[in-house]
Design a protein around this ligand. Structure first.
Ligand SMILES: [Fe+2]
Length: 157
């Protein structure tokens, strides 16, 4: 059992349903929030909804393992690629890809991402600024729940 599972005494692997209201949007920067659904710190992956408001962006980052995305709402692009993702798009981000997300249009974008491995945020010179992984992302969620007095419900296994 991981430390995170131990931190969730009510967690039950048989409890595989989460309603929309069970999980909060966790603020993670200006105009940016995530709704965690499932963390697997041991295996190094997590599933979450990412929400970025109009005019927002996710700073330049590199993935150490593949990421899959499915766009539920809005439109966005990566500055480094020539395609546009919109509601209904499926996105594959291979290990090593470096990109910067920019929201297009007036609508808030919401995308379901399954993220394997770490995300490394980079400065303009390509230097590592910050790193995120299943464990650190779960810790952000737990901290938010503690601060807001919310019972953690995202799956951790
Ligand atoms: Fe990415």
């Amino acid at each position: 059992m991981s430390q995170l599972s131990q931190a969730l005494p009510g967690f039950d692997l048989a409890d595989l349903h989460l309603a929309e209201e069970d999980i909060p949007w966790v603020p993670n920067g200006q105009g940016l929030s995530f709704k965690p659904l499932h963390f697997s710190p041991g295996a190094g992956w997590w599933v979450n909804l990412i929400r970025v408001e109009r005019g927002g962006h996710i700073s330049r980052h590199r993935h150490l393992a593949p990421v899959q995305g499915y766009v539920l709402q809005g439109a966005w692009r990566y500055l480094e690629h020539d395609w546009t993702a919109q509601a209904g798009s499926y996105v594959w981000e291979p290990a090593g890809d470096v990109h910067t997300l920019e929201v297009l249009g007036d609508e808030t974008m919401i995308t379901l991402f399954t993220v394997h491995g770490a995300i490394q945020y980079l400065d303009d010179q390509g230097n590592l600024v910050q790193q995120d992984d299943a464990r650190s992302r779960a810790a952000l969620y737990m901290e938010h729940c503690r601060r807001e007095g919310i019972q953690p419900r995202a799956l951790v296994a």
